[in-house]
Design a protein around this ligand. Structure first.
Ligand code: GLN
Length: 446
């Protein structure tokens, strides 16, 4: 009730929620009470949370912030939703996001932009901007998000909270609406690394309904939080602290690294080349996969349908032109072009080679260090409207987050202070399935 009251008071200004579900929440809370009264115990039993509106929830609409799915109700639950319900977590609603998770500012939403709770003139980041704003404004203690190229880490950084994108395949993608399937990964935004650990514990695990889901046991993330940091080799990429990085952001991260050193970590300067290659590769691979994934929204099977189509082509054309927003259409066009006959080798094939190179660069770096520390984004949260007319500048926001998705690695965002009224985040990156160690570094820093 405390959180629902805050939602009523503050979300009018923030617009973090697309679909609040107060009645369902109160019913779920009553159920959790009964389970508690019956002697059941569990870290999430009765804990309120919000879902990014990309996770399918039977009975509650799932819009992906698109007119295309404006009133669509999924006939089944995402595995993540099922797992959180089993754990007794109480959903308070579905949060705003960039349409189909395409964006870095939450301005590409058919349900309107979200405001940064720290400074209403600033964006909350994206695409999980609603989840980040809701947690930062204490409308919920924790929220789910997805991260294809930075969509958990960057909004977490902009909103001054903690976020984790696990290793690709750690969390099931079943029922999580696909953007770029080889990059998409679900994760958590929360007030602390400890809360991230508790949530991830419940969300992670093998799922036979997702063929890319990792068949590996889930460790006890909460126990791992206290593993010693003494001797931990903290890699700091030289190429990431150059002219493109805001000087205040750089200074806050350097201070945080020095603090980790004072706790026993050992700083190692490393090389992580080819950042520009990663950006170019991502903005071919992600739209290519998106153009294929989004072909299912044809106006016939489900979702938005235009009025009075003249024939089948008119139905497809107008349903998709009217149902999808501008950025989504841009990505579909880029992807379709990159995949078309005659261009495949020149664009998609080369992007895949660049992707392998990025992964190899990380493998080489992890021979010299255990965890990489660096920026999440080149700047703090920018002003609403600042980049809307220039998608290429917006894409530059993702320069430090995208390489991590291309290599399938786990990454975190940890708040390390402010630049004026706007929060600064530090990114921690690990080798595959070292979420426990990342959470431990963040937890002990906090
Ligand atoms: N900003 C990136 C994009 O627009 C990443 C989005 C995401 O991680 N879903 O594709």
């Amino acid at each position: 009730q405390y959180y629902l009251d805050r939602m009523t008071r503050f979300d009018g200004a923030l617009n973090a929620f697309i679909t609040p579900t107060p009645e369902l929440a109160l019913a779920a809370a009553t159920q959790a009470d009964q389970r508690l009264a019956a002697g059941e115990r569990g870290p999430l039993l009765g804990i309120p949370y919000a879902h990014k509106d990309i996770f399918c929830t039977a009975g509650v609409r799932t819009t992906c912030a698109s007119k295309m799915l404006g009133d669509w109700v999924a006939p089944y639950d995402a595995t993540v939703h099922q797992k959180l319900s089993t754990a007794g977590a109480v959903m308070l609603g579905k949060t705003n996001m960039d349409e189909f998770a395409m964006g870095s500012s939450n301005e590409n939403s058919a349900f309107g932009a979200v405001k940064n709770p720290w400074d209403h003139a600033a964006v909350p980041g994206g695409s999980s901007g609603g989840s980040a704003a809701a947690v930062a404004a204490r409308l919920v203690p924790v929220a789910t998000g997805t991260d294809t190229g930075g969509s958990i880490r960057q909004p977490a950084a902009y909103c001054g909270i903690t976020g984790i994108k696990p290793t690709y395949g750690r969390v099931s993608r079943f029922g999580m609406i696909a953007y770029a399937s080889s990059l998409d990964q679900g994760g958590v935004l929360a007030g602390s690394a400890e809360d991230c650990a508790l949530m991830l514990q419940a969300m992670a695990g093998h799922d036979p309904r997702d063929s890319t889901s990792a068949n590996q046991p889930v460790p006890d993330y909460v126990t791992e939080l206290d593993q010693p940091l003494v001797g931990l080799r903290l890699g700091v990429p030289r190429q990431w602290f150059t002219a493109g990085l805001d000087s205040v952001v750089a200074a806050r991260i350097e201070t945080a690294i020095a603090e980790l050193e004072s706790m026993g970590a050992q700083r190692v300067d490393i090389d992580l080349p080819d950042a520009e290659l990663a950006l170019a590769a991502y903005y071919l691979i992600a739209p290519a996969e998106a153009s294929s994934n989004l072909s299912r929204f044809d106006g016939v099977r489900f979702g938005y349908r235009c009025a009075e189509p003249r024939d089948l082509n008119d139905l497809y054309e107008r349903s998709r032109s009217e149902g999808f927003g501008e950025e989504v259409q841009r990505r579909i066009l880029i992807g379709t072009y990159a995949l078309s006959a005659g261009y495949y080798d020149a664009f998609y094939g080369r992007a895949q080679k660049a992707r392998r190179q990025i992964a190899a660069n990380f493998e080489a770096a992890f021979r010299d260090c255990d965890v990489i520390a660096g920026p999440v984004a080149p700047t703090v949260a920018f002003d609403l409207g600042a980049h809307v007319s220039d998608p290429a500048t917006m894409y530059l926001e993702d320069i430090y987050t995208i390489p991590v998705n291309l290599a399938g690695l786990p990454g975190m965002s940890v708040p390390v202070g402010f630049s004026g009224s706007r929060p600064v985040g530090m990114q921690l990156i690990g080798s595959p399935f070292t979420e426990g160690r990342l959470l431990a570094v963040a937890h002990q820093y906090q």
